[in-house]
Each structure stands twice: as C-alpha cells, then as structure tokens.
Design a protein around this ligand. Sequence first.
Ligand code: NAP
Ligand code: GFB
Length: 324
Amino acid sequence: MSLQNGSMPTRVLVTGGSGMIGKAIEHVVSEEGGKLEGEEWVFLSSKDANLVSPEETRAVFEKHRPTHVIHLAAKVGGLFLHMQENLQFLRDNLRINDNVLHTAHEMGVRKVVSCLSSCIFPDKTTYPIDETMVHNGPPHDSNFGYSYAKRTIDVQNRAYSQQYGHCYTSVVPTNVFGPHDNFNIEKAHVMSALIHKTYKAKEEGTPVTVCGTGNPRRLFTYSLDLGRLILWVLREYVELEPIILSVGEEDEVSLRDVQDMISEAMDFKGEILFDTSKSDGQLKKTITNAKLKRYRPDFTFTPLKEAIKMTCDWFVENYDTART
Ligand code: NAP
Ligand code: GFB
C-alpha cells in the first residue's frame, strides 16, 4: 500500500537506523524493492541526534519533516548488560520514547511504528504469551528497567490515540539476530555473543564457554525477516494494539541447540563448556505468532540454520568493521 497522501511528499524517518534492525529495513527498502515511487527514507544514527535530548529530537524532526516514523532507537543490550544497568535502560528509553512520540505528535507525523520486545511480557504467566498480555504482571527482574520503558510505549500509543486519534502502534519482536548486530561479547545478546566467542575460540584453539546451563529456550527471528514485516506493518497494519512479529512457538530452541548450530556454521570442532555460575535469566518466554499468521498466512521465515549460517559468514567477512 502506498503511503502517499495527495501531493505531499512521503518521508519515512527511521530512528535507530544505523542499528541491526535499521540496517535490515534499509536493505529491504533499497535492495528488495521495498521503496515505492515518491517515497524518501531517512535512516538516523545517534550521531544525527541524541534522542535522549528533546532539543536534538526536535531539531532532527524539523530538518527532515517526516510523514511516517519507524521508531527503533533504544538503549539495547543482552542479559548481562541489563543486570548491571537497569536504571539507565529505564531512564534513557523513557526519555527517547517520550521525545520521539511527542515530537512526532507536534509535527503532525501520520503514523509511528515503535518496537517493543518479548522480554517485556510478565515473567509469571501462562504460555503461549500473546499481545493482550503486555501489562498482566511484573516482567522478569533481570530487565525490568527496559521492560517498563517499553511497556510505556503501548500506554503512550493509547493516550495519543484517545486524545488525538493518532495512528501510533507497536510491534513485538522476539530475539533478533543478523548482520550488523552488536557482537561485543560483554554487551551483546546471546546469538551475537556466541558467534563472536566461537570465532575467537576457533582462532585461538580454545573452548567456547556458554554462560548458564544452555537450557533456556528462545525464539530467534532473522533481522531481514523482521525488516520485511515491519515494512508491512508501516503500510498495512492499522490497529493500535501491538502485533508480535516472530517465528512461531514450534521453532523455539534451547541455547545449547543454538551453540551447536553456530559450531556447525563456523566449522568449530572444539569443546563447549557451560559456566553455570552465570545467570540463565528467563528460562523461556514462549509467544504465539497466531495474530501475524492471521494477517500474513503467506509469510515464510528464513529457516534458523540458514539464517545463522548467513550471520556467521557476514561476521567473518566483516570482522574488521563489525561492532565488536
Ligand atoms: P542496535 O543494533 O543496538 O541499534 C540501536 C540503534 O539505536 C542504533 O541505531 C543506535 O544508534 C540507536 N540509538 C541508541 N541510543 C540512541 C540515542 N540516545 N539517540 C539516538 N539513537 C540512539 O539495536 P537493534 O537490535 O537494531 O534494536 C532496534 C530496536 O529493536 C530497539 O528498540 C530494540 O529494543 C528492539 N528489539 C531488539 C531485539 C533484539 O533482539 N535485538 C529484540 C526485540 C526488540 P548508534 O548506531 O549511533 O549507536
Ligand atoms: O539475548 P540474551 O542476552 O537476553 O540471552 P534474553 C540471555 C540468555 O543467553 C541467558 C545465555 O540464558 C544467558 O545465560 N547466554 C549464554 C548468554 N551465553 C551468553 C553470552 O555469552 N552472552 C549473553 N548475553 N547471554 C533479552 C533482553 O533477554 O531479550 C533483550 O535482555 C531483548 O533486551 C531480548 O529484549 C529479546 O533473551 O534473556
């Protein structure tokens, strides 16, 4: 569906456009025909504007005058960074989200699609988790700061809709991975941390140490698939309610399985150790993608093994410039 409205130019601003998911959307837009005639796309990094600052947010919106916003910018990290910096995750993300949504409102942006995350759902819950359960109970203690900031986006969307009739909505990815991820072992999510650890272990002839027991289970979605789906949400999805964008519960895997797939993809034949002194975090956060399937029964996700292989190959080829 075209985003065009009369003769007004359509300009889509992607906050967090330099990150993993932003780069995936950029690829879909520029390499897969995702950009329609008459559209301009702007991908922002924190160098263009620190969105924690209301003044810088205002200035960058005034510069680009977007009609649509995909809001991805956030303080992001894996379990171990969350456990050290819950306060910063809460404060930065509350501020970034408030600045982006309110500036979008003040400047008449027609649609905003923001990114929540499956880790924000209640910790004590029934499974599978669906979109109606965002506010049902406290999130897991390890990442409560990020979770409450992300949940607040849904509250803000409701308020902008109720008071002004705005079309601000949100998507809920599960664990995402792919090219341009953050591979810094201390700060990364599990997939990119294990890819980097395996690369180093292969180079140095040492074992790979997986944190925790390897038993927690996760749903991994390839960033390019997510990019395609976010574009669909921008064009077609008109509900205020969040929508989970993820592979289905049948694709849930243990982290032990994930390490095996990485070892195979990188041809690593060394030893795998499990450091059980480190936290497992949430044991599972199984969601259902039934709502997505109702809307997009045609959509096929890249098989996990294939996506892991492509990501490992990308990392090896781009080691010198990747975020490590
Ligand atoms: P990422 O690769 O770490 O990218 C984060 C992006 O946010 C970068 O473009 C970064 O800019 C920007 N950013 C961070 N702080 C900023 C600030 N103060 N001002 C302006 N921009 C700032 O993260 P990602 O994985 O693509 O995540 C994108 C979104 O998806 C986030 O909202 C995240 O919460 C959500 N999400 C991610 C996952 C996952 O598994 N990765 C899962 C669910 C939801 P610089 O490049 O300049 O630093
Ligand atoms: O991706 P991750 O850091 O976060 O994965 P979550 C944490 C799980 O992977 C725990 C295990 O069970 C860890 O014990 N793990 C094993 C490792 N080795 C490693 C390692 O080297 N690094 C890391 N980081 N983990 C995330 C949220 O939760 O969910 C994110 O923290 C995001 O912000 C994501 O929202 C969707 O999956 O537990």
